[in-house]
Design a protein around this ligand. Structure first.
Ligand SMILES: Cc1ncc(COP(=O)(O)O)c(C=O)c1O
Length: 376
């Protein structure tokens, strides 16, 4: 080849390592020629899609020759009533990942800094570096965000701070009091992204004294929007709503920020099936409830299983648990693959001795725990 197309790429992009997704079931089938595989590697919803959503998609599929509604009017309207925000505060994305990317493209460029925590979600460094900005990574505290360290890392070059609550892949979470205290320390010129991809699992609406300055519960990030206009809350339909494949997520912010994000958004970034599916998913409260209950039990099952095996783990507010081993976890991951169980190694996060396991059905969780026990 005469031309070095790697060298031609922008400095940020050249230095990137692609995001490593969970291993697909079909890939393991091809590699090992085995069937009856379970995938607990991508924090997906074990319930399968909602029946209401499937029916809505079937109907919407008849219009596949048409472009989707680029403004996503109906979904924005549905989110607006569901979340008590105005339509112009909503930015729709091809997954919440897309919204994170839009934020980086709109607010970060070469010479700017984005702050996020060690062990935080792997997309933050990718989105930051891709636009040529500098990632400032603060050391984690007990696997979680050290908000004091993050506040102290703010300089006059800081434009964006990414916080995952709960965090993936660790599962730990920050309380309302911690978030409120942190937001109070951030200059208004710095955008704070509160990534709540697992909100529906972590949030318990029955806790009544939330919202106060000493709220010890997992908070609803939207509660801080009126006081902190530099805040963007991102959420997704990929997890608790069970629509990972369709790619639909959203950001809620001030209308001014949403206006800016809208300027860099691809005209039809959310497809018509995803729009209809998400709108319908919001109406299926039973599905959401069922998924939350299943997840609560599943997290408890996995954590009890790890306890029984003498393994430590990070107590999780998400739909996954990060477990620690005494040695390199990759051989354990590979042995699990041979038994048809796909989990997620997290060496790329700098945690070579840990594995992240997504909550499956009760049977799947048990099969994983039994396989792990045999291996250990
Ligand atoms: C913390 C966090 N944020 C965002 C995402 C992106 O999800 P999606 O693009 O499917 O909405 C994920 C997915 O795993 C995640 O774990």
């Amino acid at each position: 080849m005469s031309c070095d197309f790697i060298a031609l790429a922008t400095p940020g992009v050249k230095g990137l390592t692609p995001y490593q997704p969970g291993k697909p079931v079909e890939e393991l089938e091809r590699e090992l020629g085995i069937s009856n595989i379970i995938k607990l590697a991508s924090n997906e919803n074990p319930l399968g899609p909602s029946a209401l959503v499937l029916a809505a998609i079937e109907k919407a599929a008849l219009e596949l020759t048409r472009y989707p509604d680029g403004g996503g009017f109906n979904l924005k309207q549905a989110l607006s009533s569901e979340l008590s925000v105005s339509r112009d505060q909503v930015t729709l994305g091809n997954g919440s990942n897309d919204v994170l990317d839009l934020i980086a493209r709109a607010y970060l460029s070469a010479g700017d800094e984005a702050i996020f925590s060690q062990y935080a979600f792997a997309v933050y460094p990718i989105s930051t570096q891709a636009v040529g900005a500098t990632a400032v990574v603060t050391p984690a505290k007990d696997y979680g965000h050290d908000l004091d360290a993050m506040a102290e890392a703010i300089t006059d070059k800081t434009r964006v701070i990414f916080i995952a609550n709960p965090n993936n892949p660790t599962g730990n979470w920050l309380s309302g009091a911690e978030i409120a205290h942190f937001l109070g320390r951030v200059p208004e010129t710095v955008i704070v992204v509160l990534d709540e991809a697992y909100f529906e699992y972590a949030f318990d609406p029955s806790n009544s004294d939330r919202g106060s300055s000493d709220d010890q519960y997992y908070p609803d990030g939207l509660a801080y929007l009126s006081k902190y206009p530099n805040l963007i809350v991102t959420r997704t339909f990929s997890k608790a709503y069970g629509l990972a494949s369709l790619r639909v997520g959203y950001g809620i912010s001030s209308p001014e920020i949403a206006d800016i994000l809208n300027r860099v958004r691809q005209p039809f970034n959310v497809n018509s099936l995803a729009l209809v599916a998400a709108e319908t998913a919001l109406t299926d409260k039973e599905y959401l409830q069922q998924g939350r209950a299943l997840n609560k039990k599943g997290v408890a099952q996995l954590q009890a299983g790890f306890d029984a095996l003498g393994l430590s783990y990070v107590p999780s507010a998400g739909n996954f648990v990060l477990a620690h081993f005494e040695t390199d976890a990759l051989p354990i991951f590979n042995e699990l693959l041979k038994k048809g169980v796909i989990v997620r190694p997290v060496g790329n996060y700098g945690m070579p001795n840990s594995l992240r396991v997504s909550v499956g059905t009760e049977k799947e969780n048990q099969r994983f725990l039994d396989s792990l026990a045999e291996i250990l």
